[in-house]
Design a protein around this ligand. Sequence first.
Ligand SMILES: Nc1ncnc2c1ncn2[C@@H]1O[C@H](COP(=O)(O)OP(=O)(O)OP(=O)(O)O)[C@@H](O)[C@H]1O
Ligand SMILES: [Mg+2]
Length: 346
Amino acid sequence: MTQELIEGFLEAIPLPAVLVDQTERFIGANAAGTTLLGQQLKGRHFATILRQPGVTAAIEACLQDKSARTARHLSNDGAQDTTFEVSLRYVPGIGAVNGGAVLLCFTDVTEREQAGQMRRDFVANVSHELRTPLTALMGFIETLRGAARDDPAARDRFLAIMEGEASRMNRLVGDLLSLNRVESAERVRPKEKLDLTAHLTSTLKSMQLLAEAGNVALSLEAPDEPVHVTGDSDQLQQVFTNLIENAIKYGGDEVRVVLTPMERDPALRAPAARIQVIDNGPGIDPVHLPRLTERFYRADSHRSRELGGTGLGLAIVKHIINRHRGRLRVESDLGAGASFTVILPQ
Ligand SMILES: Nc1ncnc2c1ncn2[C@@H]1O[C@H](COP(=O)(O)OP(=O)(O)OP(=O)(O)O)[C@@H](O)[C@H]1O
Ligand SMILES: [Mg+2]
């Protein structure tokens, strides 16, 4: 095969691809291969470019026994670490003295690996979250069968704790299902037209008891005229309920909900409604802010668990706001309270 034909074939491969012949030097690379491994490959020994032992060993073995194999190549695209699966195939009749060459094709499997990792983390987290209350329940069942069998006072106390643990598991499963529903509908745009002023008024009314129980003054500041958005009213209720519930649980003694219509939101570049949930509590250390909407992420995990939190609330909020093509912004500092801002396009 002439060099021109080789180049033509390499360029037709829709992946980064390079050829290494029996002299152990590169005899060709397509544009994607050059982008991945660098300019001026041709004529260079492969080991000066591909230094990872898995890949070099595979090339040497393939040149020797001419059978196909795969290897892993780790790289970095400037922004993040990337992983490639390299397939090695022997091509006879080309290269130095037509002794054949090895064709290396690089498939980017970074996303696949990340998705796999996320799935494993998720399962590990769910199991852990379920196991804690379950272990407590099993412990109390054992105690009720044994030591506390004839002690009515202890039995009542244990049953109350067991009820708490069981309802935590129930909440967790409910939140997981809700997250699943929101995720699977994320691409379907909501169609309902609703008035945020009325919507927030009724949401606040339903949270009033919780606020009173926590000695928190809950107030709404909204314009008198209706503020319309297109949205899913149940889901938006879930968003505001969780943000207000968090502010009551983790905040101080005052929670303000402020609704402001905006002619043009700079981030959305469109008319929008802004809803802020502001508390005067201990706030959140800024190191936690970027990860706050991750599943099971808690800024103060001890306090959150103690208060029955599952750590899924803000993950659900984030998905619902994404579905509404909106934005969520969190501002907070230790000792300075927290402010959660939802921007919804109008
Ligand atoms: N207003 C706030 N002030 C201080 N910390 C907050 C506030 N809102 C949220 N957080 C922190 O963010 C974490 C994540 O909140 P999120 O709503 O996702 O979970 P949760 O409240 O623990 O559980 P769930 O909402 O599922 O009951 C909380 O555990 C808490 O540590
Ligand atoms: Mg919450």
